[in-house]
Design a binder for this molecule. Structure first.
Ligand code: ATP
Ligand code: MG
Length: 325
């Protein structure tokens, strides 16, 4: 099948994504976050920022999208917003977030929602990637609460270890944590998510460490030029260390220095230290006490145990499986 990707399908793609994002927003008893940046929307659909902005502005002209001026400029889908919160919005362009918020308040929207959500303190409830996982309200409820708390822990979040058998959803969960961190505004939209599987290099610890931390010229035979490592790439975002029980003790030690002091060295570097800020989400299928240094566990305070697929209820398993057909 040949897909001709013309302007209208590009606009549609963006419009659909904007709709989805707007639907995922929910009010609690106030708002401090509303609207989505062109860059973020564009990244989700694989279209560059300039073209995304162009299409969004067309949608604003057609009165399908709402534009909130400011730095950054934000967009919302009009219909979803109107339907979701039972109000009519005449304007297509707002001067600021405050302006649209006060309009929504005037529409008595808040009174209606306040009633049902009296007991919550947060200003807005965003349906994050974690909330959209299968089992979010049942078998994974506790795990998701823990993960959100880890992400939101000030100032930079808490490192987490996900434990669960193969296929339990560890990689999926880690990715959802990353996406949620962006949705919750903890990370910027362009922050990295880097996956490193410690098992890939398990029989060559030197190679593993050089991949992870990088190396300088001459660090070992064959190190002809300096190379940056995974830590460098993950700076400012999430490093997902899969099968972390395969990380050699030396690597764990180097990771501690990074966790404790925010510094690391490339292999072969003796004087220079480098800075990096990464949130580590590690995963293992093993019983942690037996395979990971106790010092590692002390630095990764959040343990998230995922149930195996078999242990989920039949109904859940059915929902889960039917997703693939
Ligand atoms: N709660 C969930 N919601 C939606 N999809 C899920 C969920 N849990 C697992 N999956 C799906 O199940 C499959 C296996 O999940 P995943 O690869 O994340 O498991 P894993 O624990 O990382 O496995 P492995 O140990 O083999 O790496 C994927 O297709 C994933 O999308
Ligand atoms: Mg996995």
């Amino acid at each position: 099948m040949i897909t001709i990707f013309d302007d209208s399908s590009r606009k549609n793609k963006i419009y659909q994504k904007l709709k989805e994002l707007t639907i995922s927003l929910q009010f609690k008893d106030g708002i401090n976050k509303i609207g989505f940046e062109a860059e973020y929307i564009g990244r989700l659909v694989g279209i560059d920022r300039a073209n995304t902005s162009r299409e969004l502005n067309k949608l604003v002209k057609e009165k399908k999208a709402i534009k909130i001026k400011g730095k950054p400029v934000l967009y919302l889908d009009r219909k979803s917003l109107e339907e979701k919160w039972g109000c009519r919005i005449e304007n297509s362009v707002f001067g600021s977030r405050e302006e649209i918020i006060s309009l929504l308040k005037e529409s008595k929207l808040f009174c209606r929602n306040e009633e049902s959500q009296k007991n919550t303190n947060s200003n807005i409830f965003l349906n994050t990637a974690l909330d959209n996982m299968i089992g979010a309200h049942e078998s994974l409820k506790e795990q998701i609460e823990k993960a959100k708390a880890a992400i939101l822990y000030p100032p930079n979040g808490l490192h987490a270890l996900i434990i669960g058998p193969t296929g339990a959803g560890k990689t999926t969960f880690a990715e959802a944590m990353y996406k949620s961190a962006i949705q919750l505004g903890v990370f910027s939209n362009d922050s990295p998510f880097v996956i490193f599987n410690c098992a890939d290099y398990a029989d060559n610890p030197q190679l593993l460490l050089s991949q992870l931390f990088g190396y300088v010229k001459g660090a070992f035979t064959g190190a002809a030029t300096e190379k940056k490592g995974i830590i460098d790439e993950a700076d400012g975002g999430v490093l997902f260390l899969d099968e972390v029980h395969r990380l050699p003790a030396e690597g764990q030690e180097m990771l501690f220095t990074l966790i404790d002091k925010g510094i690391y060295r490339r292999m072969g570097e003796s004087t220079t230290t480098r800075k990096a800020k990464v949130l580590i989400v590690a995963a293992t299928t093993e019983d942690t006490r037996s395979v990971l240094l106790s010092t590692f566990l002390r630095r990764v305070p959040v343990l998230i145990q995922l149930p195996s697929l078999e242990s989920r209820t039949l109904k859940k398993r059915f929902t889960f499986i039917s997703q693939f057909f």
